[in-house]
Design a protein around this ligand. Structure first.
Ligand code: ATP
Ligand code: MG
Length: 419
């Protein structure tokens, strides 16, 4: 029979790799605790309308990339393509805006987008994200950026650079939009089909098109920074001042616009040019209109999403991932049924003492068990045959070139000799 394969664009994370994920996640959780962000978990699927309204129905994510289905009751549901709209929905629904504000939340979870799979881009992917609700001040933007920056530095990653920009607000963005449309109309025939298609729907997005021709044209396009109203300009300067005061280096990059409609004012990306075409490891910004667009109160917010697969690729390349050590401290090799029962009981006692123990589950010969112990990199082995059982003592052999010692077959004596 043909073996069944995983769906295109998904990944298996195997035991040899999960240690790296756990390490990165624990560093992230530590940094979030450090900044007073609490973890939130939310459903894998939501009503499709949440993303239509919250992410924007002119975005690629909603138009082309969502996994949308109708359930048995005829409701339209979608697998979450991103986290911000989900978190905002949960915050409103659970009345968290009535509690202490600002509200600082984070998540580490999987998302789904129907995209063309390639290096750094999958259909199920993993993000660490933060959302901060209830502050319109530049200090909130700066704190979100500083938190992401600290995750990179805590992991030892020095190759990512911070790019920031402002996309303006409801007042000044329309003028910028008009200017962009005017500029790109003159070059419409040269644009790629996707950009031609989004010229009137979402012209900002042309600025970050990856096609060389479009990016060449975009290089001469009007700059958001020339169209900002005084309030947005003041906000941008405030963010820059705070980053500067904390020694966080950044470049103001007018081509950073972000793909989702909800961004206002600050947008930013952390880019690592050495991981290939999918070089944005983290992207985020301010989204002051989002909460009210999905039926909540007028509450400002700022946050980011960090792609974990891309982050791990950077860490792996720079040798910044610790080796996995899940190998057992002790392998117990029983010989015969009585010994097997004794080995089982002994193993359980040692595990109660927090020791990582493995034993035979297949009734194998001692020779085959030694081979297995070697394959799983057990550090020590005890063979328990009839003689050992009768004497209550056995030899604990080191598999790593250390000394072999005789121990009593008790959890206490073995544990003491493992130290
Ligand atoms: P891109 O321009 O790379 O498509 P995006 O603007 O769609 O990114 P966001 O929605 O802001 O990305 O998501 C934040 C981060 O999540 C990205 O910077 C990236 O690291 C990661 N990410 C997004 N989509 C994918 C994907 N399909 N596969 C792997 N990682 C992804
Ligand atoms: Mg995308």
């Amino acid at each position: 029979m043909e073996p069944i394969r995983k769906p295109r664009g998904t990944i298996d994370i195997l035991p040899g790799e999960t240690a790296s994920w756990q390490y990165v996640e624990s560093v992230i959780r530590g940094v979030c605790r450090n900044y007073g962000f609490g973890e939130i978990r939310f459903p894998t699927f939501e009503q499709t309308e949440l993303f239509d309204r919250g992410v924007g129905d002119t975005t690629d994510v909603v138009q082309k990339e969502m996994y949308t289905f109708t359930d048995r009751d005829g409701r339209s549901l979608s697998l979450r393509p991103e986290g911000t709209a989900c978190v905002a929905r949960s915050v409103i629904e659970n009345g968290l805006c009535a509690g202490a504000m600002p509200l600082k939340l984070y998540y580490i979870t999987n998302f789904f987008r129907y995209e063309k799979p390639q290096a750094g881009r999958t259909r199920e992917f993993f993000q660490f994200g933060t959302e901060l609700f209830g502050s319109a001040l530049p200090s909130a933007d700066a704190e979100a950026i500083a938190l992401a920056h600290r995750v990179f530095s805590a992991l030892g990653l020095t190759s990512v650079s911070l790019h920031i920009n402002s996309v303006g607000c409801r007042d000044c963005r329309p003028r910028f939009r008009e200017a962009l449309i005017g500029y790109f109309e003159k070059n419409i025939d040269a644009l790629c089909p996707t950009c031609r298609d989004r010229l009137y729907r979402n012209p900002l997005r042309i600025l970050d098109c990856k096609s060389p021709v479009c990016s060449g044209i975009a290089a001469g396009a009007p700059r958001t920074t020339d169209y900002l109203c005084d309030t947005c300009r003041g906000h941008a300067e405030g963010v820059e001042r705070l980053l500067g005061s904390a020694g966080i280096e950044y470049t103001v990059d007018p081509h950073i616009v972000r793909g989702l409609d909800y961004y206002t004012r600050t947008v930013f990306e952390f880019i690592d040019d050495r991981i290939g075409a999918q070089s944005t490891v983290c992207g985020g910004g301010r989204y002051d209109g989002l909460v009210s667009s999905i039926g909540g109160p007028e509450i400002p917010g700022v946050g980011f999403g960090m792609g974990l697969t891309r982050l791990l690729a950077c860490l792996e390349r720079d040798g910044l991932l610790p080796g996995a050590d899940g190998s057992p401290e002790l392998y117990i090799a029983p010989l015969g049924e009585d010994s097997a029962a004794a080995a089982f009981a002994l193993g359980e006692k040692l595990r109660s003492a927090g020791i990582n123990v493995t034993s035979d589950l297949c009734g194998r010969s001692v020779k085959a068990q030694m081979k297995y112990a070697d394959k799983i990199s057990a550090k020590r082995v005890i063979v328990i045959g009839g003689d050992e059982l009768a004497a209550g003592r056995a030899v604990m052999k080191s598999m790593t070139g250390g000394e072999s010692i005789e121990v009593a077959l008790t959890a206490e004596d073995i544990a003491a000799n493992l130290k």
